[in-house]
Design a protein around this ligand. Structure first.
Ligand SMILES: *Cc1c(COP(=O)(O)O)cnc(C)c1O
Length: 356
């Protein structure tokens, strides 16, 4: 691995070195079988073990009871979950909180299947905050939120109390902190932000939700079928699931408590610099700042090309903001070491010193 690159990419993103090491040796020889993980059957005993362990570890890390919840590994990204959730569970009217581009896309897909009530939105301020006030009453099939807004850099730090099932797109902050996962009835996360490589999506789903299904659902879009078939209705993404398993083992070892404290510390360091450096200004509302995607802008009158040059010289990669918002975004997922944060802060200070 080239250790000198500081990878702040929003996704696909940095993973722990140990994941890369183990994954690359499994490509040559998986479990001493003499076969590559890329060429074994998804019905082989070895892979069935991988699936089993990755399902039970995910539930274990989330503190969810495996009688009550199922863990699925599906394809199609979080984007397919936008419609799968609605196809399976939107019967008459579902509530959505719109906190950015990904929520908006979820809403767009859901409208194909039924009525959507946007009970709150932060679109009025270009999604720089998390709405706090809304009415949730029991008439909704479910309430859908996006726990972390990857593009805008805002994050729910507490979750709505709802009388209806609570669904969350946790693609960019799953297993980044200790939360009460049992508050949720369905959680999905595209793996490529904080879990593993692109190509697999984790779904944690409460089994009792299946009683809500009234439509006939095509097999590949049916949670019930994927649960009944243990995520192997068709060929699952074997290698991506294996990489997720490698990462889950590390997450389990460290524990969400420590991981969360570490992520909090990492984000505080950068936000502190943004707040104290005259060349930069933060984007998101103070109380709603994301601990995963730190967004900031250049203050007026400073030379962005010079900052880019300093970042390049220090091997900083991937800090440009999303193409839809511009500015900068430092994505600081679990695997990003604190050393990389310190290098970014050093660059920000060096940039500022040019103006003294
Ligand atoms: C990246 C992202 C998505 C889209 O994920 P795909 O796997 O590309 O479909 C959805 N929601 C959030 C919060 C994301 O960060």
């Amino acid at each position: 691995m080239n250790k000198r690159v500081h990878n702040f990419s929003a996704g696909p993103s940095i993973l722990p070195d140990q994941v890369f090491d183990h994954a690359s040796s499994a490509i040559k020889n998986f479990n001493n079988s003499g076969l590559s993980i890329l060429e074994i059957s998804h019905r082989s005993k070895d892979f069935i073990e991988v699936l089993k362990e990755s399902r039970s570890l995910a539930l274990d890390i989330a503190g969810l009871n495996n009688e009550e919840y199922s863990c699925l590994y599906l394809q199609g990204g979080a984007s397919l979950q936008f419609l799968m959730t609605a196809y399976n569970f939107l019967n008459s009217n579902a509530a959505y909180i719109n906190t950015g581009s990904w929520s908006s896309k979820a809403i767009k897909e859901a409208k194909i299947f039924g009525k959507v009530t946007e009970i709150a939105s932060s679109a009025d301020k270009n999604f720089n905050y998390i709405p706090k006030r809304y009415d949730i009453n029991e008439q909704y099939d479910y309430l859908h939120i996006t726990s972390n807004n990857t593009i805008f850099g805002t994050q729910f730090h507490s979750f709505p109390d709802s009388n209806c099932p609570l669904f969350a797109d946790m693609s960019s902050d799953i297993f980044s902190r200790k939360i009460n996962f049992s508050k949720f009835d369905l959680i999905y996360a595209g793996a490529q932000k904080n879990l593993g490589p692109a190509g697999v999506t984790m779904v944690l789903i409460k089994n009792s939700l299946l009683n809500m299904i009234t439509r006939e659902i095509p097999s590949m879009l049916s949670y019930k079928i994927h649960i009944d078939k243990d995520s192997s209705f068709n060929t699952p993404p074997v290698f991506a699931i294996y990489c997720v398993l490698l990462n889950l083992r590390l997450i389990k070892k460290d524990g969400l408590d420590i991981i969360g404290k570490n992520n909090n510390l990492k984000s505080e360091l950068i936000y502190n610099e943004i707040d104290n450096n005259k060349c930069f200004s933060g984007f998101s509302n103070f109380d709603d700042r994301s601990e995963m995607n730190v967004t900031f802008n250049l203050s007026d009158g400073y030379d962005g090309e010079l900052f880019s040059k300093i970042c390049n010289e220090n091997n900083i990669s991937g800090i440009n903001g999303h193409r839809s918002v511009g500015g900068y975004r430092a994505s600081i997922y679990n695997a990003l070491p604190i050393e990389s944060i310190k290098v970014l802060i050093k660059c920000m200070k060096e940039f500022e010193s040019n103006y003294n």
